[in-house]
Write a protein that binds this ligand. Structure first.
Ligand SMILES: Cc1cc2nc3c(=O)[nH]c(=O)nc-3n(C[C@H](O)[C@H](O)[C@H](O)COP(=O)(O)OP(=O)(O)OC[C@H]3O[C@@H](n4cnc5c(N)ncnc54)[C@H](O)[C@@H]3O)c2cc1C
Length: 224
């Protein structure tokens, strides 16, 4: 099921049309909206629901500040002025919405057609690194206690190394990870898909005032 309603999709297209600009844009606003839709649909974060409220505010509240009824029905020049004054400009009231800007920029620049146009060369596919799956043993239904020498919380750069050294030293280790287990074949090297899959809250964590992104990984993977 689509994340964006038809009305929200119109707002996204109208926003993308004037926000992504250049001499020769490779994508139509509808194609940027399609990429935004795919990106947000892949996100695993409750915060993504606030995008509905935000798009509603852009469509109906933002134009009220210039006494106009709806964002998507404004002429392009008026939409562009509104975005600059209220969202991106130095005195904009919604300037802290850094995530919104990133969403639109990623919707454009993560597209293979755009990357071919601007000469982005892809690195070798991560699946060729032969990531081996971790042997995960979920606890049984009536298993309330697991005995081990060590319990390591988090399978990140620190925890994974500690768990590995402890196991190699002959200790039994329980490694607890809150993120999903990611396999090599899921590693596409595409920024939108990977940030949605690998980052805590799919990359949506930010400071309380939304001014800065707080990027943290949350997953487990193993490499041979
Ligand atoms: C976008 C980005 C790019 C980076 N690039 C580089 C780089 O190029 N070179 C470099 O040296 N460093 C880089 N870093 C920094 C590096 O990733 C971190 O310094 C390093 O991962 C920190 O290791 P850590 O073990 O402390 O935490 P993490 O690697 O973040 O691991 C913490 C793990 O614990 C899990 N966890 C947290 N809380 C719980 C809980 N309550 N229960 C269960 N599991 C939990 C998380 O899901 C996560 O998997 C980068 C970081 C980011 C975000």
């Amino acid at each position: 099921m689509a994340f964006l309603t038809p009305r929200e999709r119109r707002t996204v297209e109208a926003f993308a049309e004037v926000f992504i600009e250049g001499d020769a844009e490779v994508l139509e606003p509808g194609q940027v909206a399609q990429n935004v839709e795919a990106h947000v649909s892949a996100m695993r974060s409750k915060r993504i629901r606030s995008l509905h409220v935000l798009l509603w505010a852009i469509e109906y509240l933002l134009p009220l500040t210039v006494l106009r009824p709806r964002f998507s029905r404004l002429p392009p020049a008026a939409r562009k002025r509104l975005i600059e004054r209220r969202i991106t400009g130095p005195r904009a009231i919604l300037r802290s919405l850094s995530k919104l800007r990133v969403l639109f920029l990623a919707g454009y620049y993560d597209d293979p057609r755009v990357q071919a146009d601007i000469g982005v060369h892809r690195t070798r596919a991560v699946e060729s690194l032969r990531l081996a799956p971790l042997a995960v043993r979920p606890p049984g239904a009536d298993e309330h206690t697991i005995e081990a020498d060590f319990c390591v919380i988090g399978s990140g750069a620190g925890g994974a190394v500690i768990a590995c050294h402890a196991a190699r030293a002959g200790r039994s280790v329980v490694l607890v990870e809150e993120g999903p287990q990611v396999r090599g074949k899921q590693m596409s090297g595409r920024e939108n898909a990977m940030s949605a899959l690998l980052y805590k809250e799919s990359g949506l964590q930010s400071t309380v005032d939304f001014g800065m992104s707080v990027l943290r990984g949350a997953c487990s993977a193993a490499r041979r």
